[in-house]
Design a binder for this molecule. Sequence first.
Ligand SMILES: Nc1ncnc2c1ncn2[C@@H]1O[C@H](COP(=O)(O)OP(=O)(O)OP(=O)(O)O)[C@@H](O)[C@H]1O
Length: 737
Amino acid sequence: MMSSAEDQLCLNICNTLSSSSSSASSRWKRQTTQQKWVKKKQTAEKRRFSSSEEDRRHVFKQRRLQHHDVAKEEEVQGQTAAPPPAVVNPQAPPADETNGKPEKKKKEKDGVKETGRSSIKTSSLFKHNPDIPDIHRPLVSQVKEKIFTSDSFSDLHLHPHLVATLNKVLNVSTLTSVQKLTIPALLSGRDAVVRSQTGSGKTLSYAVPLVQSLQSVQPKVSRSDGPLAVVIVPTRELALQTFQTFQKLLKPFTWIVPGVLMGGEKRKSEKARLRKGINILISTPGRLVDHIKHTLSIAFSAVRWLVLDEADRTLDLGFEKDLTIILNSLNSTGPGRQNVLLSATLTHGVTRLADVCLKEPVSIRVSDPPTTTPAVTCEPGSVSQSQSFAVPEALKQFVVVVPSKIRLVCLAAFILDKCQFSQNNKLIVFVSSCEAVEFLHSLFTSVLSANHKPPLEFLRLHGNMKQEERSEVFQQFSSSRSGVLLCTDVAARGLDLPQVTWIVQYTPPSAAAEYVHRVGRTARIGGTGSSLLFLTPAETAFISELANHNISLSEMKLLDILSSLMIDDTYKGRGKYHSKSSSKALEQEIRERSTVLQTEFENVVHLDAQSVQNAKKALQSFLRAYTAYPTQLKHIFHIRSLHLGHTAKSFGLRDAPQGLSTAIGAHNKNRSRIRSPVKEQKKKLTSKTAGGKSFGPGQREVRLFCSEFSSGLEGAGAKKKKKKTLSGREEEMQQLD
Ligand SMILES: Nc1ncnc2c1ncn2[C@@H]1O[C@H](COP(=O)(O)OP(=O)(O)OP(=O)(O)O)[C@@H](O)[C@H]1O
């Protein structure tokens, strides 16, 4: 029979299914939940039993050990008047009152209660959460793009060695839709603005005609000619990837030399390479500007191609200044050149840029618009203003609505489900700041990796890492078959990482376009993939915002995700649950296990002063990034709607930290909400280009503050000064290049 304390405990856990959970549970299809996790468990078991003999022995050994430990623990508990179970009723009399141990009394005073697991502190995870609203899913007609055509590269009258290289080295023979439209247009000498969905082969659509054109130049191109083509891309990793593509394409044309310039590399060695001669110059904007200013040997007199890949990003976040310098420099010396702008998200910014630097461009758009217009358009003249975005057809898009407090556990449960209990999943998790990436990386490595066999592999990528490490991680994740990459938006654009199965947006993107690029890291070139967007109950209007851009999401239920904690007993609750219990009991056990996991996170975070400090830093950077959402999304993502205490929990902090208010904004003590951080910046940016035309008013206040692609070579003083005014997201953006 249950003791009265246990009865109380049970009651309390049911009570903790308060507001949010109760409304969720009323919608919760009980049978389905139970069936779902039983099925999950069976699949996981099956997988385990079908694995190698060694693995099997290992699993059994683990289980034996666990049973042994549990038995031992029970034995000890039996001897020491049984401490309370894993989750404790906060209203129940403190443990020390029953056994009178002074040590426990002290911890109670600190607002921390002990559980059955040695020194596990409880966390009221399911209490006082906001209701999870019913999701309104507007009707959306998704924009579709056909990826492949029936034509092949050999139909394009390219140099036979180029076709052979495409077939044998790059393993491609059939043209994609965007390649079929773009390659002939560029071969005919036209400027072009190209929009097609992520992973549809845009790189080859400009790289093939560029190489075809340069290999035919007579007399033959030589290094001393300097740059004949300049390709601008927004991030270092993308620069590296693009450079590697050119290296492959140029195998038969050894006299044409590609080269890459990017922040983080040694400027001196780049200067030396420029002196020797680079014919196809791939660069991030900030570093190119740096060389324009400081490297005498850089000369653009022979440039006949300018490619701006991810052109809308190139214009985002106040980077127009760099682009103006580059265009000025090219215009002042070069002959007539061909210009190409590409992106999966053609926005008004790109249209303005097209007006400025393109001559009668062909507008190439591969899409089946939501209206009845033709499936594929290729028209000269004006560039499309459309704001509807295409996402890969085989991409399954999900959203989960999670109260702030439960976010961390929900992410962990999702990762465990995909990486521990299923096979061959490769996940990218997007987070809004470098510090938050660091925090999650170290927390998950110490809790999730340590608790599971084989250990889960977590990698991280963000702008505050040394370039060497960034490249290493990029290559490592590229070649791995499974694992989790925690990253900032530094990995959102253009990266072609093979076999990524899930994209998780743990913090929502700053715009629908960014959403498209993030999810575009999976389901590439006709492949399958899935994505999951985390939103808090206050942020669900973002679903309608995405619907405005023809993006439709299906809902994944929070409890479904958390139920993966039932698959094995690593985070077991009180241990009374079995598969034949009621579904109410199942929900209760899921919540208990979630609480056990959250408690483990909190224990690790509170292990020492340094790790508490790291969690606070991560929280602070998250809050700062939150203030950087653009004005038009502030009604969805406003710092005021965040609950500091709840948000702190998602960083493993037991309480809302003091002293954040000066950096983030005053902390409203009554409501525990965060006040608006800074007065919204009203000034608009209008920068002039070489042609004297304006790119138009900047849409984001952050444009005023930063040059996203700064090379990091400015004086330390200048850097320091800038930092004072930047938000977390902006700081991260500064590190992109
Ligand atoms: N014709 C083709 N046949 C098969 N694979 C191709 C073809 N063209 C390109 N690919 C492959 O498709 C993948 C995606 O190509 P790419 O990176 O150029 O896409 P993208 O449209 O630029 O994507 P994003 O918008 O995300 O930058 C690459 O691995 C590339 O090698």
